[in-house]
Design a protein around this ligand. Sequence first.
Ligand SMILES: [Cu+2]
Ligand SMILES: [Zn+2]
Length: 175
Amino acid sequence: MKNYLAIAVLIVSAAMTSCSPGKGKQVAHAPLATTADGKEIGSAQFFLLDDGKIKMDLEINFPARADSTVAVHFHEHGDCGNMGENTHGHWNPTKEAHGKWGSAAYHSGDIGNITLDSKGHGTVSVTTDRWSITENEVNNIIGRGIIVHGGTDDYTTQPTGNSGPRVGCGVIVKD
Ligand SMILES: [Cu+2]
Ligand SMILES: [Zn+2]
C-alpha cells in the first residue's frame, strides 16, 4: 500500500511539472478560414509567457494546398471581407521594411513561409517581445488580421514579399 501511494505521488508530480512551465497562459487565438468559401484551414493560439513575451503556435490544415508553401503575415485590419483585401497591408508598428523574421529589418507580423506536407498540414511557432495584448499599445496584436497567401514570400519585394493571392484569413481575438 505504501509503495502504491509513493508511485501515485510520483506520477501526479511528473504530470504537473510536464505541463506547466514554459507554456504560459493562453491570451488570444485566431481561427483561419479560406477567403473563397470560409472553410476552416487551421488556427493560431497565443500564450503570454512568464518573461512577458508572447508565443504563437500556428497550425494549418489545408488539403487543397498540399505539398506547397504558403506565406503568413499579420495584416493591419481584422476584417477578412473582400477576399481578405479588407485587412489592407502588412501590420508594421515599428515602421521597418518587409523582410524575413529575425533578419535586420522586418514587419512585426512577417511570420514567413510555411511548408505544407502531402496532407496540407504545417505548423510554425514564434516567440517574441514585439507583440503585446495591451489595449492602445502600438504593438497590440488583438484585432489584427492574419493572411495566408497562396504563394511564397521572397522576403525582399516591398512591402509584400510578392506572396501571391490571399487564400486564407483570420482575426486575432482576445481570450
Ligand atoms: Cu500578407
Ligand atoms: Zn511584411
